[in-house]
Write a protein that binds this ligand. Structure first.
Ligand SMILES: Nc1nc2c(ncn2[C@@H]2O[C@H](COP(=O)(O)OP(=O)(O)O)[C@@H](O)[C@H]2O)c(=O)[nH]1
Ligand SMILES: [Mg+2]
Length: 242
């Protein structure tokens, strides 16, 4: 299955040059990367271009004018990956929070479901023990909140390490997605579930980033809290087609 991994970046100059070799050493034939960079002030975009020269035909770089948010970065990235013929599309952070080697398990699992989630909240999964209490609590609460209100059949609805089958993404009305932060992950889960697609969750250990800075903010958290209720209303017209 031809896999493209979409990696949104904003100031990941310390991480990207380490992540790329970690991905290319995986036993996944024809693996391609698509970096979506938002004109990072630290030069991640140019770095990505030189990595692309080192790996001809395997890395594509999308440059956007400025920090436009994770949600739109993924949507543009998904579209481009589909256009390029990817049979499976993965999403992952550039900061090593998502263990690259787990991509192998994700792609194997995609044989028997429509989307695979790298999950912190199934047995065997965990978040970094160095995360402060408030961050652990916020993540657990955010998940419970979204899962309960939207009745999602998954334990980790806010995680960003995922793999989609081509036909799953093609069936989703990506143009209707308005969330940009964590809510983006919830919204795609809700959409796919609403359309009758099935998930599998693979346990992952979510390590805190070692280099660079998190872009998580109060604004992103508030957006997520409100968006969940809006989703309930906005997608009432979508029915299960499977
Ligand atoms: N292109 C793009 N990437 C972003 C943006 N915000 C965050 N990212 C990237 O998305 C991934 C997740 O963001 P991160 O700051 O690690 O969030 P955290 O893991 O929740 O702390 C990282 O690879 C970031 O570089 C954005 O506005 N645009
Ligand atoms: Mg991160």
């Amino acid at each position: 299955m031809h896999l493209t991994v979409v990696i949104p970046t904003y100031n990941e100059a310390e991480n990207l040059p380490k992540l790329v070799p970690a991905l290319f050493q995986l036993p996944i034939p024809d693996l391609c990367l698509l970096v979506v960079d938002d004109n990072s002030p630290d030069g991640t975009g140019q770095l990505a271009e030189s990595l692309a020269m080192e790996h001809p035909g395997r890395i594509q770089v999308m440059h956007r004018a400025g920090k436009l948010g994770l949600g739109t970065a993924y949507i543009q990235g998904f579209r481009m990956a589909l256009q390029n013929g990817a049979q499976a599309v993965a999403q992952m952070d550039a900061d090593f929070s998502h263990p690259p080697e787990k991509l192998v398990e994700l792609i194997d699992s995609l044989e028997c479901c429509d989307a695979v989630l790298g999950s912190r909240y199934v047995p065997g999964g965990a978040v970094d023990e160095r995360w402060p209490f408030w961050r652990k609590g916020l993540s657990a609460f955010g998940n419970l909140y979204a899962r309960t209100i939207l009745q999602l059949p998954v334990r980790d609805a806010t995680g960003g390490f995922r793999m989609w089958r081509r036909d799953t993404l093609e069936a989703m009305p990506l143009e209707r997605i308005r969330s940009n932060g964590y809510a983006f992950q919830v919204e795609t889960t809700y959409l796919a579930h609403h359309l009758g697609f099935t998930f599998r969750e693979i346990p992952i250990y979510f390590a805190d980033r070692r280099w660079g800075q998190s872009k998580m903010s109060l604004r992103i958290q508030l957006e997520a809290a409100i968006r969940v209720w809006q989703m309930l209303l906005e997608y009432r017209d979508l029915t299960t087609n499977r």
